[in-house]
Structures are given as C-alpha cells and as structure tokens.
Design a protein around this ligand. Structure first.
Ligand code: GDP
Length: 459
C-alpha cells in the first residue's frame, strides 16, 4: 500500500543527491546489476550508456566510462520518478556479472557525480518517498534473508502490505472510537451515555480482540523470521546430547553447527518444520573452582535467561525430583519443559504427564519414542500455530502490539471502574500513536537508522 510522500521536515533532511551501488550479490555471476537513483540518475545514465535511455524500456547499449572508453555492453533500464522503486529517477545497468566490470561502472557513475549508497539507502528512499511504509520496508529485508519457504511466503504478505493494512484499519477504528469518546466528554449535555448504553465498552472489547488476533499472526511471523532459542539443561549423562541429536535428526536440516569446547555451550541451528531453531546445550552445569568452567556456567546462565524455552532433561524414574534441579540451576518455571528420558529402560509409556503442576514429557532419545509429541509441544509452547495467513513481523512489531493491547485494557478497566471517559480517550490516543510506530507514520531517526543499516548495500 503506497503512502503519502513525506514533507521535507518528515524526511529529516534527506539528501537529495544521486546514489549508486551494485545491486547483485558480490562475486561472479552471469549478470550483475548496478543501480543509480536520484535527480542526476538520468543524466549520468545517458553519459554511461551511449544515450540509449528509454523510459520503462530495456535498451541494448554500450556502457562507457566518463572518458568515453567502453567498459561493458548490456541492458539499460530507466524508470522516471515517481514510478520507480525509490520514487526517484532510477537507472539500472544489467551488465556482465564480474566484480571488476561492475566496479568500473560504479566508479564511472561516481566520477559523473553520484555517491556510493549506504546499506539500505534505496529502500530508505522508497520509504521516505512514500512508496513503502516501514513494515513493508522491513519485509523487503526479511524476504531477502528468509531462511525457509514459509518465512519467504510470510515476508511477501507483509511486503505487499497485508500486515500494514490490518494495522492501519485497526488504527482508524481506534481513532473513530476516540472521536466518539471525546465527543461524549465535550458535550455531556448531549446525553451521550456511552458507558450506560455499553456502546463504548463493546467497541473497545472488539478492538482488544482484534489486537490479539493480529498479535497472534505477527507472533507466528516473528517466529518464522527471527527463530527461537531452546536451551537444554540437566545433569551429565541424562541424555542431553542424545536428545539434541534426535531433534536434529528429526528434520535432517542442520544449517550450521558451531561446536565450542567441552566446557563451553554448544549451539546447533536447525529448521523445525519451518521455524528456524537454535538449540543450546549447556553441557553439564555445575559449580566449579576452575576458572574456564566457571565462565562456561556464566554463559550458560545467560543463555537460559534469554531462551524462549528451557528443556530440563532427567532420567525417567530418577530419585532426584526435577524441582531440585530447577532450584539449583535457577531455571525459569514459566518457560520450562521437563523431559524424562530413557523410558526404554524404565518401561514407562511415552507422552505427556501432568506432574507437580507441570507438563512433563516422557521420551527415549535412544529409540525416538515420544519425540514427535515433544516437538509438537515445543512448537505450541513458543506460540507456533499452523496458520496460512501469517505475515512476517519483528519483535519490534510484537512489542508495539503488546503495548497497544495493554493500553486498551487499561482504558477498558478505567471505563468500567470509574466511568472515566477522559482516561479512556487518552489511552486511545496512546494506542493510536503506538500503531503509528509499526508502519512508520511515527518514527525517529534512530529507529530508521537501526532498521536500514541492517540492509545490504544496493538494496
Ligand atoms: P549428556 O551427558 O546428558 O549429554 O548425555 P548423553 O547424550 O551423552 O548420554 C549419556 C548416555 O546415556 C549415553 O551412553 C547414551 O547412549 C545414553 N542414553 C541417552 N539417551 C538414552 C535413552 O533414551 N535410552 C537409553 N537406554 N540410553 C540413553
């Protein structure tokens, strides 16, 4: 969904110079693309391409440097503003994909007055010129970097504006309710009894429901996008490494592995049915006088505190209760799954058991019994639902949506408890502003810098 171009003020002093970069991946390829965007793009493009620029047409041209010496030969495309990716004049050279050839072309453009683009600067200009909103711009990077087909599909949904559209409709409805509530405050004599007739609270309830629905979809998107971290804890020899191998074997899609020392944490990356998963084995946590081992314990505790889920492994039927381990190793009880391993020895049937107010899982890492159920449980525990309508999202978006839900709930409570329309009106104003952070109608230079600097150069 295209947005209104920003005013000069909103553009925060956007440079009006012309930028150039190689848009294709570094290295050798059949084709390489150099992209130029800005007010001088057409002039520079004409100088470099033998005058053969035709708007929205591909022309075969000789590519020359500033002194007229031929560098390459290929296709040149010209998009006149505003009908281009950045909203500015854009010229693209498709030449032979060798780094030297492409560098020569970039250098020639620089000699003619262009400047090397910063990472993400083309997309940043597209955002500042109202071609994309912020959530869509982020989806560009998410699509490029997507680690699975499901992640790519969700990024495309966000890129085409499906996420933004839901956020904006919600924002518009919040604004409408705010106008209604403020009207009731300003003109009490009009006898608009919005509390009494239940209209405001009913509308508020429905809005909260919608925020939660969007939050659920965005949570899926963020899972696909950013992945989750699961930490394995437990005493030595209970089968942590075996369980790790069993989980890795589950999808047979190890992306990379980074073994540390035996006393360090071991991290494996895998694709768990489309969710990028990082599993950390905290290798025999115990108090030690050994300096290196103490460092290992310190790192393990840091991993545990930031994990999305902690699995504590013990032997099924072990005399030592899980509670002892949980206290000793300071494991979080709100994100914990207890796995009772080696049921092939104890003879207990696999699956979930409710024990000591917790869900515990009985498995055998050796035979694989109970592992499928454990995997489903882990996916569900981190918030994964099989849902076709997921769009890509980031923690930043989840954080904003969570704050919106909290603020609306606070407004609803104020309304029921004290009939306080003023407080509700203010909460609606805040909720509306927070939603603006997602699509970028409200944004700071720091946030923009943070988002666009993570892009690759040429995007
Ligand atoms: P860790 O020290 O917790 O990582 O434990 P390991 O994965 O190295 O396993 C310790 C020992 O227990 C090894 O000999 C494994 O083969 C064995 N083991 C692990 N899981 C099972 C299981 O489910 N059943 C049986 N019978 N043995 C297991």
């Amino acid at each position: 969904m295209a947005r209104k171009p920003r005013t000069a003020d909103q553009r925060g002093g956007l440079d009006c110079d012309t930028i150039v970069a190689i848009a294709t991946a570094p290295g050798i390829g059949a084709i390489g693309v150099v992209r130029i965007s800005g007010p001088d793009a057409e002039r520079i493009g004409r100088c470099l391409s033998d005058q053969s620029l035709r708007e929205r047409r591909a022309s075969l041209a000789a590519f020359n440097d500033a002194s007229g010496q031929q560098i390459d030969q290929g296709l040149v495309l010209f998009f006149r503003q505003p009908r281009s990716f950045t909203g500015e004049d854009v010229v693209e050279f498709q030449g032979h994909g060798g780094p030297v050839v492409l560098d020569l072309l970039v250098q020639a453009a620089v000699t003619l007055g262009a400047r090397l683009a910063r990472p993400g600067e083309f997309t940043e200009r597209a955002y500042l010129n109202g071609k994309l909103d912020l959530a869509q711009a982020e989806a560009v990077a998410d699509l490029i970097e997507s680690g699975s087909a499901a992640a790519a599909r969700s990024a495309v949904r966000s890129l085409t504006g499906q996420f933004s559209a839901r956020v904006e409709t919600l924002a518009a409805d919040i604004l409408e309710l705010r106008i209604f509530v403020e009207g009731a405050i300003d003109f009490p004599e009009d006898d608009v009894d919005f509390i009494g007739d239940g209209n405001a609270s009913g509308r508020l309830e429905r809005l909260i429901g919608r925020v939660n629905t969007i939050l659920a979809s965005a949570t899926q998107g963020a899972l696909l996008n950013e992945g989750i971290t699961i930490v394995l804890a437990g005493r030595p020899n209970v089968g942590k490494s075996s369980l790790l191998n069993r989980l890795l074997g589950y999808e047979r899609a190890i992306v990379s592995n980074t073994p540390g020392t035996t006393r360090d944490v071991l991290t494996e990356r895998m694709d768990l049915g489309g969710i990028p998963l990082r599993i950390v084995d905290t290798a025999g946590l115990r108090e030690s006088v050994d300096e290196i081992e103490r460092e290992g314990v310190r790192r393990a505790l840091a991993q545990i505190s930031s994990a999305d889920r902690v699995i504590v492994v013990r032997e099924d039927g072990d005399w030592e209760p899980a509670q002892v381990l949980i206290q000793e190793q300071r494991l979080p009880t709100d994100r914990l799954t207890v796995v009772n391993n080696k049921i092939d020895i104890s003879g207990t049937p696999p699956g979930a058991v409710r024990q000591h107010g917790r869900d515990e899982w009985r498995v055998s890492a050796l035979t694989g019994a109970g592992i499928d159920g454990l995997v489903d449980h882990l996916k569900a525990a981190v918030g994964y639902r099989k849902d076709a309508g997921v769009f890509s999202a980031r923690r930043r978006h989840l954080d904003a949506l969570t704050r919106v839900a909290m603020v609306l709930q606070r407004g609803a409570a104020a309304l029921t408890e004290s009939g306080a329309g003023e407080l509700l009106a203010d909460d609606l104003r805040v909720a509306h502003a927070i939603l603006g952070e997602i699509v970028g109608t409200v944004s700071s230079d720091a946030l923009l810098g943070e988002i666009f600097s993570r892009f690759c150069i040429g995007k």
